[in-house]
Design a protein around this ligand. Structure first.
Ligand SMILES: [Zn+2]
Ligand SMILES: [Zn+2]
Length: 346
């Protein structure tokens, strides 16, 4: 585990301050240029409040357009469809977009609420992850997507190593994250909308993203900017952050012109990367699976886990017992089998 100040990528303790945002320092590593927030990982904000996702939910149609476009591009790299895992699934909109295209879909998130919502609303299969870990058996997925979640991590290398193992040798990883070298970042400086040190601990550039992927055994196929589809009204709502009056005035104009519901493609200072497990090897097919137990493994020792009654999944090796809630395994809540008390929130 890295100490409070160490660079999360190269472990160097030397960094220079870039911005001070709401009392939090954002620094750049002298050694590898990674931009990060040098604090111990804060407790993940567990947003179990459906109100917090009201805006996200209302943007479902725009999300489908965005994710369709992304899947279409990934399918070109892969040459086919198959089994997908969406890490950081929020309410399952990405999973649903993939399901509608014909993918075999699995989702995961550190938030219990969002995984259960994805299951309830779209019937998606999934599990709840412990932060910075992926409890998945090797070679299970053709495509793994991580949209807007890398910036939340405190140990990106640990998670990326797990992701590489979870992919089949011919599988693809598709990432999106903010680009600290985008024009919006350069123009807006410390007022850049992606700078939120309380939520976003990492700020990648194309170079540091590439370095992270290469350090964890990936070969980068492509890095380029990424677009998002949004309703004009939703774009203007976001501008209220800078000027309430100005944004409201523009919303009135958009309503008058009847263009509030138009969806447009915008670039928001984010980039995307496609990568595949590095090295020449013989084509190893994605492993067949029957159910979720063929996919997940113990997050502690990576052994098989078995369902025990309705509310427990137990590791056959280290005998940790993971909570199961409405059929969904929660790897962040575990205890020693037979003990009632939850001893860990890993
Ligand atoms: Zn560094
Ligand atoms: Zn175990």
């Amino acid at each position: 585990m890295r100490s409070a100040i160490e660079c999360p990528i190269c472990a160097s303790p030397k960094a220079k301050s870039l911005y001070l945002v709401k009392g939090a320092d954002v620094v750049e590593c002298y050694h590898c240029s990674m931009i990060y927030v040098p604090i111990p990982a804060p407790e993940f904000a567990k947003n179990n409040d459906s109100l917090g996702y009201y805006n996200y939910r209302s943007e479902f149609t725009s999300h489908l357009m965005t994710f369709n476009k992304r899947l279409e591009e990934s399918e070109k790299y892969l040459g086919r469809m198959g089994r997908i895992l969406d890490i950081g699934c929020v309410l399952g909109h990405m999973g649903e977009a993939a399901r509608r295209r014909g993918w075999d879909v699995y989702v995961t998130d550190v938030s219990e609420f969002t995984v259960l919502e994805a299951r309830k609303n779209f019937g998606l299969n999934g599990f709840i992850s412990a932060p910075d870990k992926l409890a998945v058996k090797p070679g299970r997925f053709d495509l793994i997507t991580m949209y807007d979640m890398m910036e939340h991590l405190s140990h990106p290398l640990d998670l990326l190593k797990d992701v590489r193992k979870a992919l089949s040798s011919c599988g693809i990883l598709h990432i999106s994250t903010s680009n600290a070298q985008s024009w919006s970042a350069k123009i807006m400086g410390r007022h850049w909308y992606h700078l939120k040190p309380s939520e976003h601990l990492l700020y990648f550039t194309p170079e540091t993203l590439r370095s992270c992927l290469e350090r964890t055994g990936f070969e980068v196929l492509k890095i380029k900017s990424i677009c998002t589809y949004m309703r004009i009204n939703d774009i203007l709502l976001r501008l209220e952050r800078y000027s309430k009056k100005g944004a409201r005035f523009l919303r009135t104009i958009a309503r008058t012109l009847g263009i509030s519901d138009w969806r447009v493609k915008i670039f928001t200072g984010e980039m995307q990367a496609w990568a595949q497990p590095a090295g020449i090897r013989k084509e190893q097919k994605t492993q067949p699976v029957k159910d979720i137990l063929d996919i997940v493994c113990c997050s502690n020792c990576r052994s098989e886990i078995q369902l025990f009654e309705e509310s427990e999944a137990i590791c056959t090796q280290c005998e940790l017992s993971f909570e199961v809630v409405m059929g969904v395994i929660n790897f962040s809540k575990y205890a020693k089998h037979g003990k009632q008390k939850v001893i860990g929130s890993s």
